[in-house]
Design a protein around this ligand. Structure first.
Ligand SMILES: *Cc1c(COP(=O)(O)O)cnc(C)c1O
Length: 397
């Protein structure tokens, strides 16, 4: 019987429940708005990556509909067969302009983009990959799929990074690649890119920066961490997502024309998975236009970020090293994180608990993300509830 063969799942799931790691999916019944309805309850939403409110922006929706009318709902082909429409190329040119790079290539998601680049750049055991210990799961999976030797350096630790680079040189590696998130997705801190760039230049390493959480957030017009640090032209490969601040779905590589040419021939997700539907491309085109023409929306995001982060710190919460709209509240156990999340939900505030294996044991947390569209009233309401629940659980005095 099918059921007997799948019996091991009962034990696996029972184990998850024992460890407080089991969860049901929450269901959103409205757009991804600052106040929304989740599981039938009206709540303030502090868990989306909808930094600029682009998921329900009227101009963006209109463009998605317009391109659906004009081009249909799908492409029914991979990019390399006949899944490249003129609008895909238009978006890529727009992204390259936005990132101040020669060229850009769009893939299905940020996740597949990281996997694609790491896997297709490091193809031999003579290659060497060096990665920050808190890099995103998709970079880790890319590393697992590539043939290179691998070293993980301690989070943002430049001495450790230099040790790894020395080691890569010592064994005469063919290609050395350093990979880092621009903004770290669970802690909201920023990579020390100026130092990383210097080290990469000193040791002749390719540098790849994953700006999933910084595009639309940091730098001029939200161009990301590379621009934020004034390092345009000194980072070989910039990765971005179209699924967070941009509000739709997808990922991209911004780099040279040669990198684009190479990936078109070698990147497996690009070669073997169909291309974006016109609606998504339309949404992205409109979103980048807004960033180019009306970047003031980003100021509002930072105003909300400062207010909310300062207030949480004043209440006595441990917000770790956060420097961006991602503000963790570290509570230190999965039980406490889940409990706090549940109590906040009852009070009308939605914040997901983040537990092992997404974050290390002992660093369990609630992760808050404010958006440009949250009103002061909504943020004050949420802070009031954080205060109440934090005291009840003895997390703050
Ligand atoms: C979210 C995220 C990704 C994945 O992007 P998707 O477009 O959602 O697949 C990759 N890298 C980092 C750092 C992220 O935070």
């Amino acid at each position: 019987m099918v059921n007997n063969l799948l019996k091991f799942l009962d034990e696996e799931i029972a184990q998850l429940k024992e460890q407080n790691l089991y969860r049901e999916l929450f269901v959103l019944q409205t757009p991804q708005t600052p106040t929304c309805i989740i599981n039938g309850k009206k709540v303030i939403n502090l868990s989306s990556n909808n930094y600029l409110g682009f998921t329900f922006n009227e101009t963006i929706k209109k463009k998605a509909l317009e391109l659906t009318e004009k081009y249909g709902v799908g492409t029914a082909a991979v990019r390399t067969i006949i899944g490249t429409m003129d609008i895909h190329q238009q978006l890529e040119e727009q992204i390259a302009r936005f990132k101040n790079t020669e060229s850009a290539l769009v893939l299905q998601s940020g996740f597949t983009t990281n996997v694609a680049v790491v896997q297709s750049f490091l193809t031999s055991e003579e290659d060497f990959l060096i990665s920050d210990e808190l890099n995103h799961a998709s970079i880790i999976d890319g590393a697992r799929l590539c043939k290179a030797k691998r070293r993980i350096y301690k989070h943002k630790n430049m001495m450790d990074l230099e040790d790894c680079l020395r080691e890569a040189k010592r064994i005469n590696s063919r290609r050395i690649m350093v990979v880092t998130d621009g903004v770290f997705s669970m802690d909201g801190d920023i990579a020390p890119l100026p130092q990383i760039v210097n080290l990469c230049e000193k040791y002749g390493a390719i540098l790849m920066v994953d700006d999933a959480h910084s595009s639309g957030v940091l730098g001029k017009n939200g161009k990301g961490t590379v621009n934020h640090f004034g390092l345009d032209g000194r980072v070989h490969i910039q990765i971005g997502t179209l699924s967070k601040a941009i509000g739709a779905m997808g990922g991209y590589v911004a780099s040279t024309k040669k990198v684009r040419d190479y990936l078109i021939h070698k990147a497996r997700p690009f070669l073997f998975s169909s291309s974006h539907p016109p609606a998504v491309i339309g949404a992205c085109i409109a979103a980048f236009e807004i960033l180019e023409k009306e970047p003031q929306i980003i100021d509002k995001l930072w105003e909300n970020t400062k207010f909310f982060k300062n207030s949480l710190q004043q209440l006595g919460f441990n917000t770790g090293e956060s420097e961006t709209p991602i503000t963790p509240i570290i509570v230190g156990s999965s039980e406490l994180a889940m409990k706090m999340s549940d109590l906040l939900f009852d009070e009308g505030v939605f914040v997901q608990g983040i537990v092992y294996p997404t974050v290390p044991k002992g660093k369990e947390r609630l992760r808050t993300i404010v958006t440009a569209l949250h009103s002061k009233e909504e943020l004050k309401f949420a802070l009031d509830k954080f205060n109440k629940v934090g005291k009840k659980l003895d997390i703050i005095k």
